[in-house]
Structures are given as C-alpha cells and as structure tokens.
Design a protein around this ligand. Structure first.
Ligand code: IPM
Ligand code: MG
Length: 350
C-alpha cells in the first residue's frame, strides 16, 4: 500500500497561458518533492465548452476535500471563475507581495466585498428607486428614468475590514516592517471609505511600533510611481487593491512576476496575478515566475518554511542572474527553461 500523502492539493490550470504556467508549477512541485497528492480539475473556457459550466459542482466538491489549491488563469466567461471561488470559499484575504528592483511592497487586499459584491441594478427596480430618492443627493437624478441608470452597491463591512487589517498588522510585525499604509478615498466616500481606516486606527493601538499612514487612492498611485521605496505594507479594500496590485507589479518587473494568496479560514487558493493571455496559449512564452511565487506562498501557508525559503531564493537568483529570461523579461527563453533554471538553483539553497 502506498503511504498516505500529507497534503491534498487541487490543481486547476484553467485556459490560455494558465495551462503553460501550471505545467511549470508541476515541474517545481515534483522537483521539491512536496509530500502531496494532486487532483487535477478542469475549469474555465474549455470546461465551459465541454460541460456547460466553467466551474462545476464536482470541482467544488473536490476543492472542499483538499487543503488548498493552485489556480492558473481563466478567461472570463459569463461569470468569473476566480470571483466565484473567492466568494464560495470566503477567501477574504488577498495577499500580493511585490518584490524586485529594490522595491518590497506587500499588498493586503480585502477580497470579497466592496463593488466586488456585484450587487448591481440596471434598470433600477421601482422600490429601490423610491427608497433612495429620499437621499438628498438623488435630487440631481430626478429626471433620469430607471432604465437609463445603473447602480452598484459598495458594500463594506466592519468584520471584513477588521480581518484584512489584522492580517496586515500581523504580517508587518512578523517581518519587522515599520509602516502600514491604508489606502482609500474617504475624502469622497465618507461612509464606505472610513470603515477600513477606523479598523486600522483601532488595530494600531496594539502595535505602537508600527507607523500608520492614510492615503487616498489617487495620491497613492502617484506616490508609488514617484517613490515606491517609501512603502512596505499596503492594506486596502477590494477594488483599490486590484488596481494597486497591477501598478505595483509593473514597478517590480511586470505582471508576470507577482504571485498571490487568496486566504480563507481553512482553505486557500494560490494564483499568479496575470490573466490567461489567450494569444500566447500553448507557446510556453509566458513568464512562470508569478506562478512559482504563488507556490512559495502556498508552501509558507502550509508551514513548509524551508522549502518556501529555498524556492524564493532560487527565483530571486534566476532574476538577478538574468541568464534565463522569457520575452517579457527581455530574453528569448521559454517558460520551461526558466522553470528548469529555478529548479536547479533550488538545490543549492535547500
Ligand atoms: C485579479 C483579477 C481579477 C480581479 C479578475 C480576473 C476578476 O484582475 O485577481 O486581480 O478583478 O480580482
Ligand atoms: Mg487584477
């Protein structure tokens, strides 16, 4: 009888370059000899064509039986697979460390609320319209018919803000960070914008050594382009976190370099932050580093600290050396060659 494996991990390549980078992920996982059993699940565009749904009940069942999962990339069909998974498994923390070019910024993005609650109306139902018409700022829309208007609810809860803020502070304390920057737009969005700011102020009392800074999203974008080295830990709501993570990824080399962890109570999903880039599908042109950095985050989450550290060092070494580079890194190597190079370097760090 074969010995039971320590971890059950679901592997969901998705479509487009999701498959390419997941092949790279599996080369790494095999190489580092993680004690895990892998469950392949088909999601996204191909799954939709085959089974009529991009995310089947069967896949959800498999995921529920696993410790965590790896996600490649999925093209948006009628419903976003990744957004559904974040909701379904209450993956309320999105952690996106952006490192490179002398920059080291960890983004903590609330992952389930805000405009991503996707409570939207178009046209506006009469009852809702009658109710919101009582708001004095609705006066200016008095003559706009219900079917010529769309409304999205920006839903922000104290609980979700407290959670993401607690995560950010814990990370900052453990990693000797001196400052947390909370990003919002509370000068305009006074009700929804102030909840996370209040959560930060409250939590900061427990961490007297960590400086807190409150910055508006527009100014943050400018500051990050101007002085990115001034920032260490950013905590923010969902949509602003989405925008800032693309911006920060470009500061550290590009969207292909950044991985992420979507973390819930007992389950987590790890994915590169890039999309499915269908025009490069199957060509092994994509940068595998975002995916492999997602494995580093997975290993940390599983408590496989030694392996995580060695893999992280290996990735940094390959980037620094600049010998194996995909085209976005300015080179001519394919995804597999960059992956092999990382695997080789891993051995010298373990
Ligand atoms: C991300 C992506 C997703 C998001 C898309 C694919 C729905 O941009 O993970 O950053 O908006 O969160
Ligand atoms: Mg995004």
């Amino acid at each position: 009888m074969t010995k039971r494996k320590k971890y059950n991990i679901a592997v969901m390549p998705g479509d487009g370059i999701g498959k390419d980078v997941m092949d790279c992920a599996m080369i790494i996982l095999e190489h580092i000899n993680l004690d895990a059993k892998y469950f392949y699940e088909d999601i996204g565009l191909d799954a939709k064509k085959r089974n009529g749904t991009a995310l089947s009940d069967h896949t959800l069942k498999v995921l529920r039986a696993c410790n965590c999962c790896l996600f490649g990339a999925v093209s948006t069909t009628d419903e976003s697979t990744i957004l559904r998974l974040r909701q379904e498994f209450a993956l309320s923390t999105n952690f996106r460390p952006c490192k490179g070019n002398g920059i080291d910024i960890a983004i903590f993005r609330e992952n389930t609320e805000d405009l991503y609650a996707q409570v939207e109306y178009n046209p506006i139902p009469k009852k809702l319209r009658n109710f919101i018409n009582k708001h004095e700022r609705m006066k200016k829309f008095k003559h706009t018919p219900n079917d010529e208007m769309a409304i999205a609810l920006r839903i922000i809860t104290v609980k979700a803000c407290a959670n993401i803020v607690a995560r950010a502070f814990r990370f900052a304390a453990r990693n000797n960070k001196k400052k947390i920057t909370v990003v919002e737009k509370a000068n305009v969005l006074k009700e929804t914008g102030n909840i996370i700011i209040r959560a930060v102020k409250e939590m900061s009392r427990r961490y007297p050594n960590i400086e807190v800074e409150i910055v508006n999203i527009d100014n943050m974008c400018m500051q990050l382009v101007k002085n990115p080295e001034n920032y260490e830990v950013i905590v923010t709501t969902n949509l602003f976190g989405d925008i800032l993570s693309d911006l920060c990824s470009q500061l550290v080399g590009g969207i292909g370099y950044v991985g992420s962890a979507n973390i819930g109570k007992n389950f987590a999903l790890f994915e590169p932050i890039h999309g499915s880039a269908p025009k490069y599908a199957g060509q092994y042109k994509a940068n595998p580093i975002g995916m492999i950095r997602s494995i580093v985050l997975m290993l940390e989450w599983l408590g496989e600290t030694k392996k995580a550290k060695a893999l992280d060092l290996a990735i940094n070494e390959v980037i620094e050396e600049g010998k194996a580079r995909t085209f976005d890194m300015g080179g001519i190597n394919n995804s597999l060659e960059v992956t092999e190079e990382i695997a080789k370097k891993y051995d010298s760090h373990i």
